[in-house]
Write a protein that binds this ligand. Structure first.
Ligand code: HDD
Length: 750
């Protein structure tokens, strides 16, 4: 049987994998024998470990084969021990002078246990503190072989990976669904050295030079006096910064768009942001930009949904990722590159490729797929893996090199430096999750937390004492050779190229590429965030920036704020919209979505079983919602009216019209002491009203149609009623392909 840590949802999802009736062989699953709650009486081994992360564990980090496991196993043997392996009899009582006497200083176990506990926390990441990670595999399709000698991009090559997704501003315990940029950092354990692609879900960055990074982060983080607001950009210092450093306006409009509130990590694009240089075996180079394209499409939350989720389920994205993987719905992304000629100007179609605040629209340089990422394993231990993983933009394999993007250049310094504090010294590459899968034979020695037992006496080169080891590799041995880019002779200056001065044309390009409903969301986001600022001058300055982007955008936000509309100071650029930037208008698979099904003992339950099976068969997760836990008509209930909220579901189906229960919220039309005129439990009506407001498809059959009437949504777009349960499901499934029922959103911005 599987470990008891398997969560309830996963159990339900496991049912789907089995594809059978609702009786999996998982402890706690409906129909299985109930797990014993008593302490076992006989010792047994620890819970079965997951497969260890790929690195052979019998080698030292220098690559020397020892034949002895070198990675500390979390648990060995069946008995409780001290950290030094002495078996213990009792861990619940301190050693005392008599049962009522003082505790003795000699109690080593007490001191060791408490001391270790006192030091369990390490500093959280200075940015991207809140994250979730997963293991997976990257399979190359060979398309990149034409432009790079990187071995892991050769056709059919499979490379183990670890991915960490994150928010930027919030601290470790902050909510997942806040409006923010998301980190998308991938560690490819290639056999030519680790490649870290440390990207975001937004293709541009706030600043053009790394020297401003502490400033933009200080501005985005909570105010230093009261340390609020947490994980928000809706405050004065953030808007002060972005309106003064107008290069930030492009990244900011992406944040204010639906991209700032992804539906799931599984439905996010990822971007390497910078332009990289690729080099082939002959030394020929091209410039490239990396893109991750999610197989499920790019989807976002509705703003109200995001806010509700921050309270209802602050772990929404982390849970979604882990549940999907545990249920076998492995998230996938296509890795693609835009390829540009490596010219001395380092520009493409007028876009400066060294400016990290600019994109090259896909219509001008198509994204060419070079391989597929599949996340297929959740971490065994959050701290050991997700917290301790350390990425670095400079971790590059032969065939991929950096460019002179001044943001990238600064990052090349920052990522090792920060680990020295966070992970407590320079040996963090020896931590299991960070260990390269390629042989390591460096001449780095000693330092805090040195785990390797290095042999030999000559960690220097050349030497005669260690037989000359280690040897420098040549091209044939896949050495990393820096591309000998010519550096122009130029005066030393603190300056940017003139092309970096264009701060508005691509903001306008982004705005112009949005559908009306997306524009509406952007207007609302600016209005909300600026409305949270206290300083009039900051709001006015940001409105000035918006005037330079687009008059409609500026006017709408100014109206919301009750402020005058400024005139542009920069003439509006002529832009060609890029349809690829819009999230609306396509059709995507429904895999991994969640279907809430309201059931009631008096409703039409016959169709529920077939609907559940059809939902599973479509790769989605059905969750039954009822007035109480346990079963309804023999069907196991997963959510009650007390625990369910619409935001958890992508669509809602109604198989009944539950009457108001005594523990329901008071209906707004109820007089004191009177039951009110409602016939449906107001929590169910609320569920439907919210789902409607968030433009989700809603389906009902039998008595369920009554709920639609009571909620006042019957007959509106995306609301289907009548027929059988499976017919209702088929209708909402068709609607889900577009992700939401877009026409339900009022689109007042043309
Ligand atoms: Fe950064 C973490 C992405 C600019 C300094 N960054 C970090 C993470 C991501 C990014 C995804 C989290 C990695 C993880 O999950 O452990 N950062 C970016 C992107 C940038 C960017 C896409 C611009 C294109 N970053 C940037 C600059 C600097 C840093 C300009 C400093 C000059 N970033 C850091 C850091 C962090 C970090 C302080 C904090 C934790 C860590 O590195 O390991 O070094």
């Amino acid at each position: 049987s599987k470990p008891a840590r398997v969560v309830k949802d996963v159990v339900e999802a496991a049912v789907e994998k089995v594809g059978e009736a609702l009786t999996p062989d998982v402890p706690g699953a409906p129909g299985s024998a109930p797990p014993s709650l008593d302490e076992p009486t006989a010792p047994h081994g620890p819970l079965p470990p997951k497969d260890e992360q790929g690195a052979p564990d019998t080698r030292t980090p220098t690559g020397a084969e020892t034949g002895v496991p070198k990675i500390a196993k979390g648990q060995q043997g069946a008995y409780l021990t001290t950290a030094n392996g002495a078996r213990l009899r009792d861990t619940d009582h301190s050693l005392k002078a008599g049962p009522r006497g003082p505790v003795l200083l000699q109690d080593h176990h007490l001191r060791e246990k408490i001391t270790h506990f006192d030091h369990e926390r390490i500093p959280e990441r200075v940015v991207h503190a809140r994250g979730a990670g997963a293991h997976g595999v990257f399979v190359a399709n060979g398309a990149a072989e034409q432009v790079t000698r990187a071995g892991f991009l050769k056709k059919g090559r499979e490379t183990p990976v670890f991915v960490r997704f994150s928010t930027v501003l919030g601290s470790r315990g902050s909510a997942d669904t806040v409006r923010d940029t998301r980190g998308f950092a991938t560690k490819f354990y290639t056999d030519e050295g680790t490649f870290d692609l440390v990207g975001n879900n937004i293709p541009v960055f706030f600043i053009q030079d790394a020297i401003k990074f502490p400033d933009v982060i200080h501005a985005g983080k909570p105010h230093p006096d009261r340390e609020i607001p947490q994980a928000q950009s809706a405050h004065d210092t953030f808007w002060d910064f972005v309106s003064l450093h107008t290069e930030a306006q492009h990244h900011t409009i992406w944040n204010m768009s639906d991209r700032g509130i992804p539906r799931s990590y599984r439905t996010m694009e990822g971007f390497g942001v910078h332009t990289f240089r690729m080099v082939d075996d002959a030394g020929a180079t091209v410039l490239v930009k990396f893109h991750w394209k999610p197989k499920l499409g790019v989807h976002s939350l509705d703003w109200e949904e995001a806010q509700l989720l921050s309270g209802m389920d602050p772990d929404f994205h982390r849970r979604d990722l882990y549940d999907a993987i545990e249920a076998g719905a492995f998230p996938q992304w296509e890795l693609g590159i835009q390829v540009f000629p490596d010219t001395p100007e380092e520009t493409f179609a007028g876009v400066d490729l060294l400016d990290p605040t600019k994109i090259v629209p896909e219509e001008m340089a198509p994204v060419q797929p070079i391989g597929t990422l599949t996340l297929n394993r959740t971490p065994t231990n959050y701290f050991a893996e997700v917290e301790q993983v350390a990425f670095h933009v400079g971790h590059l394999p032969p065939g991929i090199d950096v460019t002179n993007d001044p943001l990238m250049q600064g990052r090349l310094f920052s990522y090792v430096d920060t680990q020295l504090t966070r992970l407590g010294g320079p040996n963090f590459t020896q931590i299991p999750i960070n260990r390269p899968h390629a042989d390591v034979n460096d001449m780095l020695r000693d330092g805090f937390h040195q785990h390797a037992v290095h042999a030999g006496v000559a960690p220097y080169r050349p030497n005669s004492l260690d037989g000359g080891n280690p040897f420098p590799a040549g091209d044939r041995e896949h050495a990393f050779v820096d591309v000998p880019v010519t550096v122009a002779e130029a005066p030393k200056v603190r300056a940017s190229p003139a092309s970096f001065d264009d701060h508005y044309s691509q903001v306008r390009l982004f705005w112009a590429s949005m559908s009306p409903v997306e524009k509406e969301h952007i207007v609302r986001a600016y209005t909300f965030e600026l409305g949270k600022c206290y300083h009039q001058a900051i709001k006015e300055r940001q409105l000035q920036c918006l005037a330079n982007v687009d008059p409609v955008l500026c006017e709408q936000v100014a109206t919301g704020l009750g402020l005058p509309v400024p005139q542009p100071t920069v003439p509006p650029a002529e832009v060609q919209p890029s349809p690829a930037l819009s999230q609306v208008g396509g059709e995507w698979p429904a895999d991994g979505r969640t279907v809430g099904i309201v059931v009631d003992a008096d409703g039409d339950l016959d169709d529920v079983g077939p609907v559940q099976r059809a939902v599973f068969a479509a790769g989605m997760v059905p969750l039954l919602i009822a007035a109480h836990g346990g079963t309804v008509g023999g069907l196991p209930v997963q959510r009650t009216f007390a625990t369910a909220r619409s935001v958890e579901f992508d669509v809602v189906l109604l198989a009944g019209a539950p009457a108001p229960a005594p523990d329901a919220l008071p209906a707004r039309d109820a007089k004191a002491g009177a039951p009110g005129s409602r016939t449906v439990d107001p929590r169910v009506t609320l569920l439907v009203e919210e789902a409607w407001r968030h433009a989700k498809a809603i389906g009902a059959w039998g008595a369920g149609a009554e709920v639609l009437r009571e909620a006042g949504v019957a007959g509106s777009p995306g609301v289907v009623a009548g027929g059988s349960g499976t017919e209702a499901l088929e209708s909402v499934q068709r609607l889900m392909a577009a992700h939401r029922v877009w026409e339900r959103f009022p689109a007042s911005v043309a």
